[in-house]
Design a protein around this ligand. Sequence first.
Ligand code: SF4
Ligand code: SF4
Length: 377
Amino acid sequence: MRGESKRSREIFVMLTNQCNLACSYCYESVKNKQVIVPEEIKKVITADIEASRAATSEYFLIFHGGEPFLAFNEMKELSEWAWNTFPGLKIICMVTTNGTLLTSEIRTWLTQNKLRFVPILSIDGARESHNLNRSNSFDLIDRNFFRDTWPWQAVKMTIAPNVLNKMFDNYLALTKEGFIVNPSLAKEVAWNAERDLPVFAAEMKKFADYFISHPEKIPCELINIPMQNFSPDVTVPHNRACGAGENIVAFDVNGNSFPCHAFIGNPNQTYNNESMNEIFEQLCKNDGLLLSSGCDGCFIFSYCSPCYGLNYTARGEMGAFDPVMCRFNKVRVLAAADMFSRMLTSPDKYKVLDGKSPDNLRLILSGIKAVFENVNP
Ligand code: SF4
Ligand code: SF4
């Protein structure tokens, strides 16, 4: 949380701009064959760690792309270098991957390092939906390897407009394979509020019904939104939830620094040190609260945390949120309120409410009431 002296630091490293797939909703707009030069990136990472280690001893080194496994040698070299160079620090390496490029050599290395190197697999559900948007790659992924090696790590399921009406079915297909699934809507694609909001609301109701009829399951993040935070009796700080530019830094393939990976890579923006310095300053001085006048006074601001990086790269301003995504967020909160209101009729039955005191349950109920009164998509 903000203000804690030992907050962990996230260092994103864009390993390569290249990708072997062409996903329909990909927002990485620069794709070329450029790959990092490890010696150069080691210098900027070292400088960052030296500057931040008084405040933290826990780091996440997060590799990004393109498809990072196209630069496996560089990724392996940087990971081993970081673990060996800073033995007093806890450094967990992570990578988001399409999972299609694992050789037996890579599998062996990953298995040896599975407790300190964790991949987040992008997989969009059942074969048909996945293949539609992710270059027919479903059968190129060794799903058993990912599931069995990191059973605690959720996979990333991205929902694009053309599979929105299968969102719940795709979630179920992956959970039946034994994955923990974290569904999220594709960002900066052509959502259409009139066409898509009713479909999204109907899919969210399927999630609510499913978790009502499976009380032993903890609802997925998509719908497991803490209702007590909306209670008039709870004060949630209006801080931005993300740490872009604060406890997060990202380096592009040339070693230039950005507040997070979402700020990298818009060919229409000319980045120079001066403009990036201004952005870092802006992020640090006002907590993001007033970055968008449109969000001022929004009832669900503390939960929403609009993405400054995507806003900036897509629309040129950190506060310029996507108005359709804003309405989707409100539908999500309403679906969560509906689900929890039904659970509260017999709270003892539901694992997600396990151990909640009568006071906690009262706050959840008043949060639900406040959502129904104040949120209108
Ligand atoms: S829901 Fe919309 S208005 Fe509210 S904080 Fe999010 S983007 Fe801003
Ligand atoms: S700006 Fe967006 S992508 Fe970057 S840390 Fe914040 S929420 Fe995440």
